[in-house]
Design a protein around this ligand. Structure first.
Ligand code: SAM
Length: 283
């Protein structure tokens, strides 16, 4: 079978669940990993014959993709903020909105004037560890800690920190039911923020393949993590310290209000799609 024939079969097999452009992109991604060909080479080698082994690999991947499994989990890795991260079934696949959160946080932290030079950062609900790894890369002198309740997620996060040669203090903790022990200059979080009643709006592939603990609030109160973070800002955020949060787009004003009580300035920011997506502020 030639590469161009393979492409036709790949796209036909996935046509029931993926659009034309999605299956073209997926084909290109797996062509690059299995055959080692970039997009240009794929076009140039359309008549190349693929081996039996390569064909078997494609068959396996088509089968997995047909189940709705995210391609990042099949690959075992993804790109985030220009860096490579390992992902698996125990962690949320990083979303582009979280890149926006980090972009915002990095530019604001650069402007921050603290009385001490070494500042402490805490990420709550770290998942694959993308947030602390990117922050430590940008602020190598900062002391960066990250909490998660999932031991398996922490294993993946540690693997990512080791891969990027950054030192992060990972803490296994049920944030909602345990107390913080330190004072931080930066608190950042993308906690589970989907309310139980919103579950029907979430794609089956997300619900089936990504950890429920990463997606859904554990109670009917979708703001439960934000309420605890706002409370923690009173004692565990330093003077002039900053908070950066990714939020449920339907609860922008409510989330902002929680922090207006504890911070001297609070901002509600939209994401690139125009949805209320971030709350940040300064004590
Ligand atoms: C929305 S995911 C965010 C993951 C990662 N920070 C990201 O942005 O891709 C939320 C994370 O919070 C963790 N989590 C859920 N409940 C928690 C709790 N009670 N205490 C600490 N972490 C929790 C989940 O395991 C998950 O990794």
């Amino acid at each position: 079978m030639t590469i161009s024939e393979l492409k036709q079969i790949f796209k036909k097999e996935l046509s029931a669940i993926y659009s034309e452009s999605e299956s073209t992109e997926l084909y290109s991604i797996f062509c690059s990993t299995i055959l080692g060909l970039d997009k240009f080479q794929q076009r140039q080698s359309s008549e190349r014959i693929i081996t039996q082994n390569e064909c078997e690999n494609f068959k396996k991947i088509i089968g997995e993709l047909k189940t709705g499994k995210p391609f990042q989990q099949i690959l075992g890795e993804t790109e985030f903020y220009g860096l490579q991260f390992f992902v698996d079934k125990n962690v949320l696949i990083p979303r582009p909105e979280t890149e926006e959160l980090l972009e915002l946080a990095i530019s604001e932290i650069k402007k921050l004037e603290l009385n001490h030079s070494v500042f402490k950062i805490l990420d709550i609900g770290t998942g694959s560890g993308i947030i602390p790894v990117v922050l430590k890369k940008h602020f190598p002198d900062a002391i960066v800690s990250a909490i998660d309740y999932s031991e398996k997620a922490l294993e993946t996060a540690k693997k990512n920190a080791n891969f990027h040669h950054v030192e992060i203090n990972f803490i296994h903790q049920d944030y909602l039911n345990e107390n913080l022990s330190e004072v931080y200059d930066i608190i950042i979080s993308n906690p589970p923020y989907i309310g139980i009643e919103e579950e029907t709006e979430i794609a089956n592939s997300v619900k089936e393949f990504e950890p429920k603990m990463a997606l859904f609030s554990p109670t009917s109160n979708a703001l439960i993590f934000y309420e605890k973070i706002a409370e923690d800002c009173k004692i565990h955020l330093s003077e002039k310290g900053m908070v950066f949060l990714e939020i449920n787009q339907k609860l922008g004003e409510e989330t902002k209000d929680l922090f207006s009580e504890v911070l001297s300035e609070v901002h509600l920011v939209k994401d690139l799609s125009g949805n209320d997506r971030f709350v940040f502020g300064k004590k």
